[in-house]
Design a protein. Structure first.
Length: 90
């Protein structure tokens, strides 16, 4: 038992960048549709996560994939794994 590898499954979410004003940090907004337990209707919910962006590569409007990570600061517990889609500049 002791020599088995410990596998850590980390949560992965996809959301849109709402703020990139901080150094190496972005705010990602994730939208979800959840079924209400009593009324059986879909309810929209959103949550904002602060994610670590090592290269300052992400900008407002980009769709990114974030993954759960070790605590990096008081609010940051996620990191950017990839940019799914770049924002269209007008």
């Amino acid at each position: 038992m002791a020599d088995k590898e410990h596998v850590v499954r980390r949560k992965v979410l996809v959301g849109r960048v709402r703020s990139d004003k901080m150094e190496k940090t972005i705010v990602v907004e994730v939208h979800r549709r959840l079924m209400h337990p009593v009324y059986k209707k879909f309810v929209k919910s959103r949550r904002r996560y602060m994610a670590h962006d090592e290269k300052n590569d992400c900008h407002v409007g980009d769709t990114v994939e974030i993954q759960e990570d070790r605590p990096r600061s008081r609010h940051k517990r996620w990191r950017v794994t990839r940019v799914v889609e770049r924002a269209v500049l007008t």
